[in-house]
Design a protein around this ligand. Structure first.
Ligand code: HEM
Length: 513
């Protein structure tokens, strides 16, 4: 093995003992640092973190080979001491590979796969109406509040039509040293905060104990990080149980994921606690990813009014102005579908994914990957691979997924993207995003409904002169830029139709009670 280690991939030189730790600890938006390194070191960048092997995986080709074709070797997550105290063993996205994860994943797949995901079309279309209506009329919430609330599309799928509603939503901030804030009045905020508790604790270099596991022997009474993590586990568990039990009791229609799990034969392998954690952790995985992507969509639209106009031309031609878009229009709206793909490519919600672990010694293109290596998936760089997307990777340009159609001024999706994402933002292989069909559908119907009804304009600043800034973050989630926009009805009927449909949705929900 000593000889093999001479063939480790290249990486930035580190310092004695600590290795590359000082180049990583405390650095915000690490995906930018890793992106720079990839031009120097190639598809795999080697880092030594106090003697621990870590590699950053930067190219789609390498990810396809290792994570898809050799997925049996790369489906585990490395042990994270802090995340385990918080409950990662029970949470699908963070759990180690094994029987318990397999049972949870199987149950999640059964209710989220491509075929079943069409069952959620109706509730997704309803939520899209509520979102577009709220963007236009709800003056009591900020844009960010509306966007956070908008992700309830996904939450309705998990917890039912009487989805968890929020009374007040703040921008999510979780300080590792502060108490986990789980406001009872605001379940969506609680789920976001739980998600950040995990994703910030898994950010490279977040806790010293991860690279010096001996620190785990310090008793909880003397280690605040451990006390906090143990306390948070109890509170998260209680929250997930409450949401699950309420949903099973209240979802008379039995359409929600919770009700499916409660009724399903498939879920018999799961304990009640696992069911609560499966649904809780799926919501956590779904919520901020979807709302972050929707935020970047709005941001892209104010920066690119021509893209907006092009999409609206397509919507007018295919849908007309007498009804809202629906899922049967999807196949006829290639420009809209290209916008969904381009937002996901341009700004992946999770630029650095929760790492994988090599379960065996392995080789890639003459480079040695020792067993136990933590592999950080750098989706940011994969989505900006110039060999795949051309030199304009930093630009938002949906046309990259399109070709001219036979009819002048119209587009068709390039055939290779009909059944392919065209981006890497859902990850790879056995641990790839299990909710990607539900996510794609929610994003499509939300974006199409908004663009059909509304024109989106920048507020208070000219985007080109005063670009919005992103807060520095030490979290795996891509922070939403600080921007404001306003919404204007595109035509009179849009307002009337939105108003009627929203009333119908609320009326329908009241009748179900
Ligand atoms: C724009 C929306 C979304 C994005 C960008 C996204 C992205 C991701 C990524 C990058 C991963 C890790 C993949 C890997 O390790 O290779 C993941 C995992 C996961 N996602 Fe999503 N996701 C989205 C929406 C959703 C939705 C709507 C759901 C559920 C309804 C969901 C459920 C999950 C779950 C349960 C996992 C863990 C899978 C596992 O470890 O086995 N996600 N997602």
């Amino acid at each position: 093995r000593g000889g093999d280690r001479k063939h480790l991939p290249p990486g930035p030189p580190g310092v004695p003992i600590l290795g590359n730790l000082p180049q990583v600890v405390g650095v915000p938006q690490l995906w930018h640092t890793f992106d720079k390194w990839r031009y120097e070191y190639g598809p795999l960048t080697y880092l030594n973190m106090v003697g621990k092997d870590v590699m950053v995986l930067n190219s789609k080709a390498a990810a396809m080979e290792l994570l898809e074709r050799r997925s049996a070797t790369y489906s585990d997550r490395p042990r994270s001491i802090v995340a385990e105290y918080i409950g990662s063993r029970m949470a699908i996205p963070f759990a180690r590979y094994g029987k318990s994860w397999q049972n949870m994943r199987r149950a999640a797949h059964a209710v989220l796969n491509a075929r079943v995901s069409s069952q959620y079309h109706a509730v997704q279309a309803e939520e899209a109406i509520i979102l577009a209506h709220g963007l236009l009329y709800d003056k009591s919430s900020t844009l960010l509040e509306k966007i956070n609330g908008s992700a309830s599309t996904v939450i309705s799928v998990v917890y039912g039509k009487r989805s968890l509603s929020s009374e007040k939503k703040d921008q999510v901030t979780v300080d590792l040293d502060e108490d986990l804030h789980l406001p009872e009045s605001d379940p969506l905020q609680s789920l976001c905060n739980i998600g950040h508790r995990f994703t910030s604790s898994l950010y490279p270099g977040a806790y010293l104990v991860e690279v010096l596991p001996i620190l785990d022997y310090i008793p909880a009474a003397m280690a605040r990080w451990k006390r906090n993590a143990q306390k948070d586990y109890g509170r998260i568990s209680e929250t997930f149980h409450k949401f699950y039990n309420d949903a099973v009791r209240n979802d008379q229609q039995r359409t929600s994921l919770c009700a499916s799990l409660a009724d399903s034969q498939l879920a018999t392998a799961l304990t009640n606690a696992e069911k609560a954690w499966v649904t809780g952790s799926i919501s956590v995985a779904a919520l901020e990813t979807t709302s972050t992507t929707l935020s970047f969509f709005l941001y892209a639209m104010i920066q690119h009014p021509i893209v907006q106009e092009q999409a609206q031309k397509e919507l007018d031609r295919v849908v007309g102005r007498l009804r809202c878009p629906n899922f049967t229009d999807m196949a006829h709206l290639p420009y809209m579908r290209a916008i969904v793909k381009e937002v996901l490519r341009w700004q992946p919600a999770i630029p650095l994914v929760v790492p994988r672990m090599a379960m065996e010694d392995d080789w890639y293109e003459g480079r040695f990957i020792p067993k136990g290596t933590a592999i950080i998936l750098n989706l940011w760089s994969m989505n900006r691979d110039r060999d795949v997307y051309g030199p304009d990777v930093d630009l938002f340009r949906p046309e990259r997924f399109l070709q001219e159609s036979e009819k002048e001024g119209e587009y068709a999706l390039r055939t290779e993207y009909e059944n392919e994402d065209g981006h890497c933002s859902f990850g790879f292989g056995r641990r790839g995003c299990v909710g990607k069909y539900v996510a794609d559908n929610a994003l499509f119907i939300d974006m199409a409904t908004i663009l059909w009804a509304l024109r989106i304009e920048p507020e208070a600043f000219k985007a080109a002169e005063n670009p919005a800034t992103q807060k520095p973050t030490k979290d795996l989630v891509n922070p939403i830029p600080d921007f404001q926009c306003r919404f204007i009805p595109r035509f009179t009927e849009a307002e009337t139709i939105l108003q009627h449909l929203k009333e119908d949705v609320l009326q329908g929900r009241n009748n179900e009670d």
